[in-house]
Design a protein around this ligand. Structure first.
Ligand SMILES: [Zn+2]
Length: 264
C-alpha cells in the first residue's frame, strides 16, 4: 500500500466499533477523502488526535484493491479555538460549514482554493463578534455554492431578470422560489407555486453577502429570525438544485442555533 501525505481538516466521523471508525477529511491535495481509523479511538493509541476545526498533517495508506484507505498518523499544525463568548453558536456554524462541504463535494476532487477558504472561515468564526456569525456562515455558504455552480438570483428576478430594486420597496417583502432559483417579481409569480417570503432588507443583505469577503461579512450583525429565514431559503434552494435538501439537517441546525442564541 502506498503511503501518502496531505494537510487535512476533519469533516465527519462515523464510529463503527469501540476502537475503530471512518473519518471523512477535506484534504488540501486530494479533496474530500474517507479513511478508516483502525484503533484510533483507543486510549492507548499513539498517534496524534483528530481534532475538529484544525489543520492536520495527515499520513495515510491508500490501496488499489480496497476503496477506502487507512490513517497512519496525524500531527496538529494549527487549531482554531471556538471556546469564547457564544461557543455553541461558533461550534454550530463551524460544524455546518463542514457538513455542507461533506455533502456537496465529490470524493477525491482537489479543491485547494476552497480548502484555504474553509481555514479563513474557521479563523473568522473563532474571532468574530458573535452577532456576525450568521452573516459569516451565509457568506461562506453562498461562496461555496457559487464555486460549485449553484448561484441563486438575489439581485434580479429569476424569471424576467428585472432588478430587485424595482420590486422590493423598503418595508415590503419579496418572494423567493427555491425551485426557480431566486427572487420572483410580482409579474412572474404563478398561483400555486411555493415561495418563501423574505423581507426586502434581508434580501439586500443576502445579495451583498453574495459578493462579500469573509472579513466584510464579519462586520455585518444579523438577528436570529432574519438569518433563520435566509438560511431556510438557501437550504431549500440547494435541496432543489443540488439534491441534498433532505440530508442538510437544516431545521435541526436552526433549532440548535436558536438554542445558542438564547443560552450561549
Ligand atoms: Zn420577473
Amino acid at each position: 500500500m502506498p503511503l501518502e501525505k496531505s494537510e487535512a481538516i476533519v469533516l465527519k466521523t462515523y464510529n463503527w466499533s469501540e476502537s475503530s471508525r471512518t473519518v471523512v477529511f477535506f484534504t488540501r491535495d486530494i479533496g474530500r477523502l474517507a479513511l478508516i481509523d483502525k484503533g484510533g479511538r483507543s486510549i492507548t493509541s499513539k498517534r496524534g488526535k483528530l481534532l475538529p476545526f484544525a489543520r492536520l498533517e495527515l499520513t495515510f495508506y491508500t490501496s488499489e484493491r480496497e476503496t477506502t484507505g487507512y490513517i497512519r498518523d496525524c500531527e496538529l499544525l494549527e487549531s482554531f479555538s471556538l471556546e469564547k463568548e457564544g461557543t455553541l453558536g461558533r461550534l454550530a456554524y463551524g460544524s455546518a460549514a463542514c457538513e455542507l462541504i461533506n455533502l456537496l463535494l465529490p470524493e477525491k476532487d482537489p479543491q485547494s482554493a476552497l480548502y484555504t477558504y474553509l481555514l479563513t472561515y474557521f479563523a473568522q468564526i473563532a474571532e468574530a463578534d458573535r452577532r456576525a456569525l450568521p452573516s459569516l456562515f451565509i457568506a461562506f455558504m453562498l461562496r461555496l455554492m457559487s464555486h460549485l455552480g449553484f448561484r441563486p438570483s438575489l439581485s434580479f428576478c429569476g424569471g424576467c431578470r428585472k432588478p430587485a430594486e424595482e420590486f422590493s420597496a423598503n418595508g415590503a417583502s419579496v418572494l423567493f422560489s427555491p425551485e426557480r432559483g431566486g427572487l420572483i417579481c410580482p409579474s412572474c409569480q404563478t398561483a400555486g407555486e411555493y415561495y418563501i417570503s423574505l423581507p426586502a432588507e434581508g434580501v439586500r443583505i443576502l445579495s451583498s453577502l453574495q459578493r462579500a469577503s469573509l472579513v466584510e461579512a464579519a462586520g455585518v450583525a444579523l438577528g436570529y429570525d432574519i438569518s433563520a429565514l435566509l438560511l431556510e431559503a438557501l437550504t431549500k434552494f440547494l435541496g432543489y438544485h443540488a439534491g441534498v435538501g433532505g440530508e442538510l439537517k437544516s431545521l435541526e441546525f436552526l433549532e440548535k442555533l436558536k438554542h445558542s442564541h438564547l443560552n450561549g
